[in-house]
Ligand binder design. Sequence first.
Ligand code: NAD
Ligand code: WQD
Length: 340
Amino acid sequence: MHKILVTGGAGYIGSHTVLELMNSDYEVVIVDNFSNSNPKSIDGIERIVGRRPVLIEADCSDYTQMLELFKKHNDIEGIVHFAALKAVGESVEKPLSYYKNNTLSIINLLSLLREFGGKHFVFSSSCMVYGQPDILPVTELTPLKPALSPYGNTKKIGEDIIKDAVLANTNISAIALRYFNPIGAHPSTEIGELPLGKPDNLVPFITQTAAGIRPKLQIFGDDYDSSDGTAIRDYFHVMDLAKAHVLALDRLFKGSNKSNFEVFNVGAGKGVTVLEIVKAFERVSGVKLNYEIVGRRAGDPDKVWADTSLAESELGWKVKSTLEDALLTAWNWEKKVRGI
Ligand code: NAD
Ligand code: WQD
């Protein structure tokens, strides 16, 4: 079994990926500082898989703490790096915290991976690196635009750091997965997305509104160039995203990668409007959602969706779940968390 360090493995996407890795015979060590998560997610993973991953509470941006971790687990062969701060608005207010946390973590992890002889690195990148693309759908060759926030910039800079580092050291190979909009939860409702405070993202806001935690969903803008005037994104099931990480690691371990640094779009490959999400949610949940249309949210692109043909041909990855499946699991998770 290959030992993999999963940073941010207690978080939303990390926890779903950990269980897929454990089910695929990878041995997982999680490191998380719980800045945006809770150790309870590890209990949920254990209930699903029947085994508990090793969990270390530490900060990836602290070199000394990471060195201790690598000394203890000096047989780590690869890293799946989720740990990052991710709130776009907060990154505008606290840019230095974002640059420090998100870029230092990458530098520490790559340095120690090299020092301790590990070879594989999978990075959580984001469709944010494309900004508002001129041509849709977006392919991996679509030119990147200046980032619209410090958070988005940490993803662009992160990719650059990794690319330069692996090109200078051919023993490490990396894959950056550019996620579009992951939603939903594990069907068991043992793990899911648990935003602290008021959610920024659409689907947790919808489920919290349906659960009565929020009085009303505000839809940001109905004057976009789309069938109903609301903005378009590419939503897909978090369990499909989790599987993409397993395939990316498998590819690196098999040596099937075509270069030391590869990038793949990961999304459903389909643009869906905000109102279409609302209607689909109402259909699967049977709950009528209270919403109002308000002005646009600053910095929001009009429309972004992925061309995922590269992930399909190279990784053998494609979404399997429908939007309805994903929304239903998000709703079932919300009901479980709220005791509904
Ligand atoms: P999340 O906040 O649920 O998970 C991130 C985890 O990392 C949390 O458990 C947090 O406590 C931990 N963490 C943060 N900084 C850390 C540090 N310095 N040391 C140790 N642990 C630390 O977020 P998520 O939605 O699961 O996102 C995971 C990754 O995917 C992030 O890198 C994020 O930027 C990226 N991403 C997310 C989305 C999305 O829509 N959720 C889209 C694109 C990319
Ligand atoms: C989706 C759509 C909103 C909330 C975010 C991050 C980005 C990336 C993916 C990490 C937009 C609209 C939302 C609400 C609304 N994550 N909306 N009312 O903006 O595509 O990207 O997640 O890399 O960094 O910013 O996702 O879920 O916030 O919004 O009308 O209360 O829903 O305007 O059109 P987004 P989102």
